[in-house]
Ligand binder design. Structure first.
Ligand SMILES: [Ca+2]
Ligand SMILES: [Ca+2]
Length: 126
């Protein structure tokens, strides 16, 4: 429950307290429909490009398991975004961070009413 008083199905839905994830790793969660957006905060070390992928279902997405991915900077400006990648409905971006900057990764559904489980994966992209 955030200060806004809006109930969240999981901690990372709270925009005031996004979930911290390591620069490399996998996180999972649920897009619960109703415009649910799950936010993950990352603070990359160095300026190596980072690849972020968002998958669902059998990791190729499909049907209403249609992911959308955004990376936003500290000013909430979108620095990278993707809907569909590699002929799937899944999403992936590669972006080059500014050293020690904080970014928020937004995981959401292309169809706002859709509900599905997902995997969010972060890797170095070199
Ligand atoms: Ca959620
Ligand atoms: Ca998509």
């Amino acid at each position: 429950m955030g200060p806004s008083g809006i109930a969240h199905d999981e901690a990372r839905d709270d925009t005031n307290e996004p979930t911290w994830v390591p620069t490399s790793g996998i996180a999972s969660g649920t897009i619960a429909g109703g415009g649910d957006v799950d936010k993950f905060t990352i603070r990359p070390q160095g300026t190596q490009p980072i690849r972020i992928t968002l998958t669902s279902g059998a990791h190729r997405c499909g049907g209403t398991n249609d992911t959308l991915l955004e990376v936003r900077d500290a000013a909430d400006a979108v620095v990278a975004s993707n809907d569909d990648v590699d002929g799937t409905l899944c999403s992936a971006v590669v972006f080059t961070p500014v050293s020690n900057a904080v970014y928020t990764v937004h995981a959401k559904a292309f169809i706002s009413s859709a509900s599905f489980n997902y995997l969010l994966k972060l890797d170095r992209a070199f």
